[in-house]
Design a binder for this molecule. Structure first.
Ligand SMILES: Nc1ncnc2c1ncn2[C@@H]1O[C@H](COP(=O)(O)OP(=O)(O)OP(=O)(O)O)[C@@H](O)[C@H]1O
Ligand SMILES: [Mg+2]
Length: 229
């Protein structure tokens, strides 16, 4: 896949198992970056486009019986739409894109969780993303049981993937950690079992250091508290 020669922004993803705190953190990071004067596009998967939102309701529908590859293709169709309609245009406009989940989720859930072939998943991911990988990934690591307790405390609505057995979610989490080991330069693991304030502080520290290295004279990242958290 050709690399995008006119990419100017930065692409950051937040990954982790169900209930790890991804959405909470992605919103907080976006608010801090906006406060510091950055142009930020906060987005999420599956979703972020009209097609993606339709596909999200399909893949999460507990009454729909999907094979593992049917599930995978739905996520990938959503991702292809997300990359071409949201992420790439925002990067080309020089924005900092923060995506709540992205390609690593496919490898962790459908690869390590469902047991599909990882090399094939990498190839189809590469097709769907046109080779676009994040510049930085914050991986929120929390025991599966804790994450599921958090999501179940938040909502009683059923979710085809969230409702899977604990063992499945443990495999997904182990998969994420393995992916972090394989991509140590891109993926930073954050202990997300701690209080949300501590998770946010750790993530902001990492992000600040990373942006200082990447963007040089950029506005940096505002201290939490100056933004509406
Ligand atoms: N560090 C934390 N400690 C305790 N609770 C948290 C923490 N972070 C987030 N929460 C709470 O846990 C619930 C799940 O958080 P959140 O929605 O951010 O997780 P998520 O990773 O986006 O979940 P999902 O995988 O379902 O999208 C929310 O009610 C949130 O307020
Ligand atoms: Mg979420």
């Amino acid at each position: 896949m050709p690399a995008d020669p006119i990419k100017r922004g930065a692409f950051i993803t937040v990954e982790g198992g169900d209930g790890a705190g991804k959405t909470t953190l992605a919103r907080a990071l976006a608010a801090c970056l906006v406060d510091a004067g950055h142009q930020v596009r906060l987005t999420f998967e599956p979703g972020g486009t009209e097609l993606g939102n339709h596909l999200r309701s399909l893949v999460l529908n507990p009454d729909l019986d999907l094979s593992d590859w049917e599930e995978t293709w739905l996520f990938l169709a959503a991702r292809a739409s997300h990359v071409s309609k949201v992420i790439r245009p925002a990067l080309q406009d020089g924005e900092i894109v923060i995506s709540d989940r992205y390609a690593d989720s496919t490898l962790a859930y459908q690869g390590f969780g469902r047991g599909l072939d990882l090399d094939r998943l990498r190839r189809v991911n590469d097709e769907a993303t046109q080779g676009l990988m994040p510049d930085l990934t914050l991986l929120l690591d929390v025991p599966a049981k804790v994450g599921l307790q958090r999501t179940r405390a938040r909502t009683s609505s059923r979710d085809r993937i969230g409702d899977a057995a604990l063992a499945f979610h443990e495999q997904v989490n182990a998969g994420f950690r393995e992916l972090a080991n394989l991509s140590a330069g891109r993926v930073i693991v954050i202990d997300a079992a701690r209080d949300a304030t501590l998770v946010r502080a750790a993530a902001l520290k990492t992000l600040r250091e990373w942006l200082d290295r990447q963007l040089g004279d950029s506005p940096g990242v505002a201290e939490p508290g100056s933004a509406d958290q």
